[in-house]
Write a protein that binds this ligand. Sequence first.
Ligand code: MN
Length: 511
Amino acid sequence: MKLTDLCSYKSIVIQCHDNPDPDAVASGYALYRYFSQDPDKQVLLVYAGDYFIQKSNLLMMIERLDIPLLHVDSLPEAPELLITVDCQYGEGNVTELPATCIAVIDHHPHIGKIFDYSEIRSSYGSCSSLVYQLLRDENVDVNLDLSLSTALYYGLYSDTNALSEISHPADKDLRDDLMYNKGLLAALRNANFSASDINIAGEALSLAVFDEKHRIGIAEAKPCDPNILGFIGDMLLQVDLLDCCLVYCRLPFGIKFSVRSCIREIHAGDMAVFLSEDIGSGGGHAEKAGGFLREEAVQLISECRSDHEFFRDRILSYFDSYDIVYASEFKPDVSVMGLYRKERLPLGYVRSTDILEEGTLATLRTLEADITIRASKDTYIMIGIVGEVYPIKRHTFEKRYKFSNNPFSATFEYEPSIRSSQSRSPIRLMQYAKTCVPTGETFIHAMPLERKAKIFTVWDPDNYMRGQPGDYLAVHHDNQNDVYVIEKDIFLRSYVPVTATEYSMYPHAKT
Ligand SMILES: [Mn+2]
């Protein structure tokens, strides 16, 4: 979705989730500014729900940046377009407001509903990063307005634990590109909690329970701002007995919870999704996540002996729901797996000296990481089918690929870019990409998964690949340590089964 897709609507309401946080307010504000440039449009920025904003940092942000955010119980009339930001229409923490059309701009896991328009990037650290990217796609320079750029910067800042949990390149772009009001940011940082917040946190910590066997900690807090739950979780997780912890509080309309993990086998976001499945909503990032359980969950809890027991049982059933594979130690039995050949799909390549002066240092920004390269006649850049980018030596490239000067086109979740050390503005790699095709054949052993799996590959031992039942567990034919998951649809599209006889007839096949 592009922002221009929404420009035909005349009456637009932008809605933050109930109990808004700085990221929701910043994202909503940036969209408000974008759409209200047109004097013919009626644009409102709102939030709803039982609670009025009380947190001092958020009140300060709204006042100092002059953000026209309104609390509403309902709308006098349904707008043509309602845009929910940092949340999805129909979710537990979004009061439903009527509208003719619904657009969703969010960075939480997709709740599975279909909207008229949506842009959901669950791997982004903040919704502000997504809105920044959408504005940049429309050639809006947010740095022309310090109030706007500061709002977006603070949105990312507060959603990523003071920028410490940034991993997605879109988040890095926001962090590196935006100017912000330094004095205001310092003031916001130091107005994060009220005195009673800290008292609630202290009380919750003093009553926390520890399951040493399973290395789980659980704490209940008195009704409080959801951000305090995260703060309590951050403290609790530092206890040496724990791998993960959960902090919750009962609110009049359900239960809010925060999850923290400090081991690679537990992705806090995955755990939050599991805990809230069918009874609420949840999600987040590797170490930090949160969610909300609807009132019906409270009913389920009352069937348990205690709230703590309910959460403990649910966490244990999460631990039981998947298998873990460590590729470096895994001994696959390829005799029970099928043999497959990968179709030769075209890939992209760029000669580094086509876009940079020879000798220039530059940063390749990709979905996975920032990679530094030096431009030379010997350095080429490869672009894979899902936008993965990596440098390759010219002679290796010429050996492995048949190449042409035809342009390579594809669309990716994050379009790879390159930033030279000499200029600030990024170069879009796709504008220069040409097509190449692998010369050799790739063979793998594969079989469908029966259970959910977490696979730690040899190339990324810190994060697991997720496998769902029906996806394929794959082992590279020439390197049996190279174990990974291929999503069912991609597998069926890009691999064909081969028999041992056919295999022996391929000229490049090793026996
Ligand atoms: Mn957010």
